[in-house]
Design a protein around this ligand. Structure first.
Ligand code: C5P
Length: 290
């Protein structure tokens, strides 16, 4: 009897804050960030095979350098296993958008293959390997609301943020090697002390909510300067409604946190209509924190 393929959800994330403290001797940047998981997710399935094969409903993503295959090859190399796998990725999270889709897929692949190949690695060992695949991967072994430090590999759980609806606006722009490019443009003028993040941690500990704490992101001025499309989108959004728009990760996705479902649906519909009419060069989505 053929076994059913294992499936795993790879959730997206947003950054509630993202501060850059400075540049490290190893070339990476020291960051502090509060990261939050979203209901929006990709789906991965894993079945036995002689070789490693990745298929995807978006053909252009089923490439050798996809983080899923990088994670799979690293797991093979670390454990010495010669087993293969048939991996299928159903992509729902916008790609290279600051929503952590590729990193979440990689974390999911490490977990899924650890099970399929019966390797018995602990979550801690998988998380450490995740950090070698990419700086954003370790967060996805914690999920929920978490404080992320170092270059991204130090993750500690925080009290969960009070449930929110999240409207996502992803400008239609392709920024090649986005994360590396944006970090390369960071200068000491973009550095901060981490105080805004510490303030938000205090708010979460006291009330479980972010209230009126400012949601700062060091990449905002950099991505606006780098991409006229992103800058135009933010102008349009600010003309269209009074809600504060926040940048996730290195962008280009903006998000709005809305406590009330009715208001979130209204905002989603009005922005989606603008996008359909060609007045907003963006993909608009609606999801929730989880
Ligand atoms: O870790 P990852 O491969 O995702 O990082 C891509 C690039 O982004 C790195 O090569 C580095 O240039 C930059 N980066 C950084 N500081 C971080 C994370 C990434 O400078 N904390």
């Amino acid at each position: 009897m053929r076994s059913r393929p294992r499936t795993c959800r790879a959730h997206a994330k947003i950054n509630l804050t993202l501060e850059i403290l400075g540049k490290r001797p190893d070339g990476y940047h020291e960051i502090v960030s509060i990261v939050q998981t979203l209901a929006l997710h990709d789906v991965l399935s894993f079945g036995p095979a002689d070789e490693l094969v990745l298929t995807c409903d978006r053909q252009d993503l089923a490439t050798h350098d996809n983080l899923v295959l990088r994670a799979a090859r690293l797991l093979q190399a670390e454990t010495g296993t010669t087993m293969g796998a048939q991996i299928h990725l159903t992509k729902r999270i916008p790609v290279a958008a600051g929503l952590g889709g590729g990193s979440s897929d990689a974390a999911c692949a490490l977990r899924g293959l650890n099970g399929l190949w019966q390797l018995g690695l602990s979550e801690e060992e998988l998380c450490r390997l995740g950090g070698q695949v990419g700086s954003d991967v370790p967060f996805f072994f914690v999920d929920g609301t978490a404080l992320v430090q170092g270059r991204g590999e130090k993750v500690s759980r925080l009290p969960s943020l009070a449930s929110k609806w999240v409207v996502l606006i992803t400008p239609r722009v392709e920024l090649a090697e986005k994360t590396r490019e944006l970090y390369a443009r960071v200068s000491p003028a973009h550095f901060s002390t981490g105080e805004a993040t510490r303030e938000l941690v205090r708010a979460l500990l006291q009330s479980g909510d972010v209230d009126s704490s400012p949601l700062v992101n060091a990449f905002l001025p950099i991505v606006l300067e780098m991409s006229p499309v992103v800058a135009r989108c933010l102008d349009r959004l600010r003309e269209a409604c009074a809600e504060p728009f926040h940048l996730s990760g290195a962008g280009p996705t903006f998000y709005v946190l809305v406590p009330d479902r009715g208001r979130a649906e209204e905002l989603f519909r009005s922005l989606a209509t603008l996008a359909q009419r060609g007045l907003l060069e963006a993909r608009v989505g609606l999801t929730q924190t989880v």
